[in-house]
Design a protein around this ligand. Structure first.
Ligand code: GDP
Ligand code: MG
Length: 325
């Protein structure tokens, strides 16, 4: 390991950036790409991410603390209220806000370049948060915010980017970075823009640290990711995963994990288990492979489906399952 910045007397850029935006624009994918490791789960469906997740990237004397957040959206009942609050609270105490949006798949020529109403809503919420009395006084919103236009790999012709960028500029945002979180295009320029906004200072976290989340948490998330990817309708939104046993036997080469999948109704349990147990088996096989990659060893995974009736509607049950609102 290299010398720490304190030992060498020189300091790099050190600080935090929050990734915010409407659901499904690729926030978690961007976190993983910026870190070069998968710590946040991803799915084609909105509202996959439920908690703030902190990731740390250290290179040279620079250290960037990144916060992945749930999507900001209007629905504010039950679990959603907790999720949106997690996202908005992440805006406090960060030096940089990555306001993530996605380029729309090509529309008709000359289509008006209004902002998506869901982005308008995010913008309104972000402005409100950053203007709160406890937020840094008089700090220019536009200077802290980098607008990130994701999914440019979907555009064969890049020309439609220009009017979209002009729309954001009209709103007072000067720094716009088109990227593809999926292919990595634009990630280096984005990192440069973030770094320019970070103050100089000593490292905040040990240089080998990747996340503040426990392995137990990440394991539960990887199971939840497979449920998001493999079941439809309301099922993934009604599920919480609890790791009951995490027996670390890495010295012997493996880890034993027992986890409970909490569903809200018997019908959901039936879907999760599937005919002859096929669905739960598929979820377990795929999750086990992901967990093995994360932990770097053999994983024995046992999944059980349990009905915790209407847990998303019960504050007590939500708290118990880790969504304290
Ligand atoms: N084509 C394309 N898809 C992406 C990109 N980034 C994310 N996605 C996809 O968008 C969906 C939502 O991604 P996710 O990271 O879960 O979004 P989040 O809800 O904002 O965290 C997933 O299917 C991702 O694979 C990208 O740069 N290009
Ligand atoms: Mg996410």
């Amino acid at each position: 390991m290299g010398k720490t910045s304190e030992q060498s007397g020189e300091q790099g850029g050190v600080g935090a950036a929050a990734i915010v935006g409407r659901p499904n624009v690729g926030k978690s994918t961007l976190l993983n790409t910026l870190l070069g490791e998968k710590i946040a789960i991803v799915s084609p469906r909105p509202q996959t991410t439920r908690n703030r997740i902190l990731g740390v990237r250290t290179w040279g004397r620079n250290q960037l603390v990144l916060l992945d957040t749930p999507g900001i959206h209007r629905r504010r009942a039950n679990l959603n209220r907790f999720m949106v609050r997690e996202a908005l609270e992440s805006l406090h105490g960060v030096e940089c806000v990555l306001l993530l949006t996605e380029v729309a798949p090509p529309r008709g020529e000359g289509a008006p370049e209004a902002l998506d109403p869901a982005d308008e809503y995010v913008l309104e919420q972000v402005r409100e948060q950053l203007a709160r009395p406890d937020a840094a006084e008089g700090e220019a919103l536009a200077r802290r915010v980098v607008v990130v236009l994701n999914k440019i790999d979907r555009l064969r012709d890049r020309r439609p980017l220009l009017p979209l960028m002009a729309t954001w500029r009209d709103r007072g945002f000067e720094t716009l970075v088109p990227i593809s979180a999926l292919t990595g295009e634009g990630i280096e320029p984005l990192l440069g823009e973030i770094l320019r906004r970070l103050p100089r200072g000593p490292l905040l976290y040990p240089e080998e640290m990747l996340t503040d989340r426990s392995e137990r948490f990440l394991v539960a998330e990887l199971i939840r990711e497979q449920i998001f990817q493999r079941t439809g309708e309301e099922v993934p939104y009604s599920v919480a995963v609890e790791v009951e046993r995490f027996e670390d036997r890495r010295e012997r080469g493996d880890v034993m994990i027992d986890a409970i999948i909490h569903a809200e109704r018997d019908s959901q349990k039936a879907i999760l288990v599937g005919k002859g147990g096929q669905q739960i088996k598929a979820i377990g096989t795929a999750a086990r492979a992901e967990i093995a990659r994360l932990l770097g060893c053999t994983v024995h995974l046992r999944l059980t489906v349990h009905v915790e009736r209407n847990w998303t509607h019960s504050p007590g049950a939500r708290r118990k399952l880790g969504y304290d609102a």
